[in-house]
Design a protein around this ligand. Structure first.
Ligand SMILES: Cc1cc2nc3c(=O)[nH]c(=O)nc-3n(C[C@H](O)[C@H](O)[C@H](O)COP(=O)(O)OP(=O)(O)OC[C@H]3O[C@@H](n4cnc5c(N)ncnc54)[C@H](O)[C@@H]3O)c2cc1C
Length: 433
């Protein structure tokens, strides 16, 4: 049985392990931390009154139905049914007025027509511009060659989008999907979100939210059924090359190696790192003494807090700010005050409620910045330098931006490369669309 060593137990490493374990390879995964999931994980938060710790996700993670490889990975782990899908996107204006975007009876790509026309948060000029831009997107997607070179904002301005359409529609959807501001995001990524999530199939936009803490998704007994996959926790890999891993000062050798570390860790293990920059995400967890809202989630318009997720009967809310550079220098107290202040504008019940507990997580290295010119620099899984070493991670050229789907795709691509090198080619990647 061919042996494979994998560095990193994030989604990329886990996806490679699941695919290769299932294909009969002997797999060992080395993870520096005591748990799996990397940037998509959860941990116990000590209770301020000494009670039971609460398990919280480092930040709310969501997916769309078009994340077919991530869903396949969850299926392999037997947790696919732990993802709850929502058909409605709620756009909330300060003052509390709600616009709902969901699919109607028309087939894709016209499935949003009815709901879109009824959205209160946009006027008819905004909507006419958005429809024009969507039609242009469908035409230009395969024709334009400069979409990785220009920013999404440049493209939207070329299409004469109104300021309100930009702020309340394009920015609200794309900044959270790509974790970058419109002015700093390559247009190619915005195109991809809309073509796969909004135009491809009538249900591909539906938003999936895990119903259990993220870490529990990877901790099931299913690994035992996926062949020979073993994990080494608290075991950082110190050096990687084509002839082995160095771990705890010892040499570990195998037939194939997968490096599924974040790009900023590559140099520390002796591999060249791409010169990407990071884009941060901030998550704010707020526990109130009463129900604040019955909405399951909502995108919050015109304020700093971008998304609200209702985690527990409207009393525990998680707020997310993507590309949150403006929050970097604020203290946790200032961020909590800002979050509660924003919420008051959308949910009047916050004014009477008591905030029982709050927690802020600033992930400064959440993802690489999907800036114009970056796509061409993302490396393929084959390293060239070492024929039996493969790269995986959301920053490699997976065909997707830095997301859970991108990470799983990269893991499957690395696993496919291993099977080819082993002379037993297998297909794991599910094509988009
Ligand atoms: C706050 C936040 C919110 C996000 N929200 C979303 C979302 O809603 N939807 C979405 O699709 N994506 C989201 N993402 C992005 C998503 O989490 C990542 O794209 C994905 O999890 C990356 O997986 P990965 O395996 O490539 O990397 P990682 O998760 O970083 O995994 C790398 C692993 O390597 C380990 N490691 C590091 N050094 C060593 C070493 N020397 N030896 C061994 N192990 C090592 C790390 O501990 C880690 O477990 C979010 C990210 C963050 C941070």
């Amino acid at each position: 049985m061919s042996k494979v060593l994998i560095a990193g137990g994030g989604l990329a490493g886990l996806a490679a392990a699941a695919a290769l374990g299932g294909a009969g390879f002997d797999v060992e995964v080395f993870e520096a931390r005591p748990f799996l999931g990397g940037r998509a994980t959860s941990y116990p938060l000590p209770s301020p009154d000494g009670g039971e710790p609460e398990v919280v996700d480092n930040c709310q993670h969501v997916l769309m139905r078009c994340c077919v490889n991530l869903l396949d990975f969850y299926q392999r782990l037997g947790v696919r049914d732990r993802i709850r899908f929502y058909r409605e996107f709620y756009f909330l204006e300060p003052g509390g007025r709600v616009s709902v975007l969901n699919r109607g009876r028309f087939p894709a790509p016209f499935h949003f027509t009815g709901a879109f026309l009824k959205m209160h948060c946009l006027d008819r000029h905004d909507k006419a511009g958005i429809v024009r831009a969507m039609m242009a997107m469908r035409r230009e997607r395969t024709r334009r060659r400069d979409l990785d070179k220009i920013s999404m904002l440049d493209w939207l301005l070329q299409k004469r989008q109104t300021p309100r359409a930009i702020d309340r529609f394009w920015r609200q959807i794309l900044v959270s999907a790509i974790n970058e501001d419109l002015e700093s995001m390559a247009a190619i990524h915005g195109f991809q979100v809309f073509s796969l999530g909004f135009f491809a199939r009538a249900d591909s936009y539906e938003m999936g939210v895990p119903s259990i803490p993220l870490a529990q998704l990877y901790s099931g007994d299913t690994w035992g059924k996926l062949g020979s996959v073993r994990f080494h926790f608290r075991t950082p890999v110190e050096h990687i090359d084509g002839s082995g891993f160095s771990v705890g000062g010892e040499r570990r050798v195998a037939d194939h190696y997968v490096c599924a570390l974040p790009f900023e860790r590559l140099e520390s293990v002796g591999l060249p790192a791409p010169k990407f920059t990071h884009s941060p995400i901030t998550g704010v967890h707020l526990w109130f003494d009463r129900e604040i809202t019955t909405l399951p989630h909502a995108t919050l318009l015109d304020r700093t807090m971008q998304w609200m997720f209702n985690k527990d009967s409207g009393r525990y809310l998680q707020l997310v700010v993507s590309a949150s550079r403006d929050l970097t220098n604020l203290s946790r107290g200032e961020i909590i005050d800002m979050a509660v202040g924003d919420l008051r504008l959308f949910f009047p019940r916050v004014r009477e409620a008591t905030l029982l507990k709050a927690h802020v997580i600033k992930e400064q290295r959440a993802t690489f910045s999907a800036a114009p010119g970056t796509e061409a620099l993302r490396p393929f899984t084959e390293t060239g330098a070492f024929p039996n070493l493969y790269l995986a991670g959301d920053w490699t050229r997976s065909g997707w931006p830095a997301t859970m789907e991108g990470a799983v795709r990269s893991g499957y691509l690395a696993a496919e490369a291993v099977t080819r090198a082993a002379g037993r080619p297998a297909t794991f990647l599910i094509p988009d669309g």
